[in-house]
Every structure is written in structure tokens, then in C-alpha cells.
Design a protein around this ligand. Sequence first.
Ligand code: PHE
Length: 343
Amino acid sequence: MLELITQYQTEINSFQSGNADEIEQFRIKFLGTKGLIKSLFDDFKNVPNEQKKEVGQLLNQLKNTANDKLKSLQDALENQQADQGKFGDLTRPGYPIEIGARHPISIVRNKIIEIFNRIGYVVSEGPEIEDDWHNFTALNLPEYHPARDMQDTFFIEKSDDVKKDMLLRTHTSSVQVRYMDTHQPPIRTISPGRVYRNEDISARSHCLFHQVEGLYIDTNVSFADLKQTLMYFTKEMFGKSKIRLRPSYFPFTEPSAEVDIYWGLETEVDYRITKGTGWLEIMGCGMVDPNVLKNANIDPEKYSGFAFGMGIERIAMLLYQIPDIRMFYENDVNFLKQFKSVI
Ligand code: PHE
């Protein structure tokens, strides 16, 4: 009996396995109802009385060792299975890397830039915090000019002397003034950027938005050149070149016009966005006022030019049927994800 106990004890101690079947075999062999330990207990009655104490203790020890061993093997197996669950099947192919989406404002801005790059326009940029001169005065908007009210301005510094005023630019025409300061004609530039106006926020207008303005100055630039350029642009941008120019007023251009594009009346959406007319206003434009050229030290007797300006949000809303301008600034991933396939 004692020999068997020692033999089983060594066997149990040296048993190792990470396999569920083998561990079960081990349990049946030693701890099962017909197992080896059970049969030793059955034989216990035959042990001489004087040995009973010693053998009984060893037998109990053997049973405990077997139970402990079984428990630790089962625990190890469970942990191993949990780890496998955590890491999954390590041979599975990985998840594809998601491609991000460009913001619709960037998509439209890049498209406009690309269209004008093709006909020789270069991009120019300037500060969003401007002085009075570049945003107003140089653009033929002297102090007390009523048209200053056209663009509700956010002032950063406002004093009695307008020359000292600092403000958030209300249009990127200010960049064109800066460009004329440092370049002589021929000038062909477009100025994309963020602009600010103190307006109530609604589905159609916001206190900040983006513009692209263009400027072309050379000898003998005529209104016909302006019209051709606009037709080229609308054809490239919207696939439509039927436009009309409605007389308008801007202090920095003379004559001035609003540009409408013929959108058509084919669908219900066309009806809605054009209010049943088929026409859509997309930008302002005009021949650069001689005073503006003079302010930038360009000789208006020798040179003439045209300028135009459009809101990027407005165009993006048209192209993608976006009903509310505020959606551009909310950074809602579900909104932005829709532009994944557009470059
Ligand atoms: N600066 C004008 C605006 O912000 C747009 C414009 C630019 C109009 C150039 C005419 C010529 O509304």
C-alpha cells in the first residue's frame, strides 16, 4: 500500500498537460469513482490497525495532491482559452485601414483652385485679422461710406481713427490688395480663405464662411474677358456654361454684376433650389474700380482688370445638396464620411 501511494504521488507530481482530454483522463484515472485513489481507500480496511494512522494521513495527502494538481491544470487551461478569445484568431487577415474623407469645403476649394490654376491663376493668401486699409479703405470704401454697412464687421480694435481699426476680414478682397502691393501686372491670382461677418446664424448664413476671390489685371482687359472666364469656370465646375450677369453694386468694381447660372428645371430639387426660376446666383464680379488700382500704385490709364468673388459653402451646398450651412462646422463624422469617395 505504502509503495503504491509513493508511486502515485510521483506520477501525479510529474504530470503535465495543456490538453483538455488528457486532463480529463488524469482526473478519471486518479480521482474518478473507479479511480486509483478510490480503490486505495477501499483497500484501507485491510491495512493493519497499527499502520492505519500513518497510511490514512498519506492517503489523504495523496488525494489532496491529486485534487490540487487537477485544479491548477484546469485553471491554466481556462486562462489559455481566455487569452485566445482576447486575441482572436491571430492568423486572420487584419482590418483594412480606413481611408479618411476630405471636408466638403476643402474639396470644393481645391476644385476651384485647380480650375483657375489651369488658366494661369496663382493662389495668394493673407491674414484673417486685417487692418482697415486692406479690408475697406484701399477697396474704395472710405470712412462713412454707406457700403461699409453691407458687411457687418467684427472689430478687434475700434477707435475714432479708422486707420487704427483692426478687424476680422469680411472678404478675401483684402488679400488682393496685399497682392497688388507686392506684384505688378500682369496679375492673375485667386485668394481662398476664411472670412467673418457679424450675422445671425441660421441654415443659410453663418458668422464665418469661406470665399474664393479672383483678380486679373493686365493691359486691355475687358468685360468680355470677364464673361469668358466666368463661362469657362461654370462649365468646368458645374458642367453648365449658361450664365447671366445682372447689374449690381460693389464699391471696388465698376461696373459690377451678380452672376447667375442656369441650373435647369429638370427635377423637383431644381425647382426648390432655384425657387422655380431655373436660375441660381453664384457670385459677384466686376471691373476693378480705377480708384482701387490707384490705391495699389497701379496706373489705371495703362491697366485694367476684373475681380470676382464667391462663397465656397454656397457652392458646396448646391453641389452636394446640403440643406444647412451649420453642418459644415459640426464635425459630425457621419456627415463627413459621405465625402470619402470624392477627392
Ligand atoms: N468681395 C465681395 C463680397 O465679399 C465679392 C466680390 C469680389 C464682388 C470681387 C465683386 C468683385 O461680397
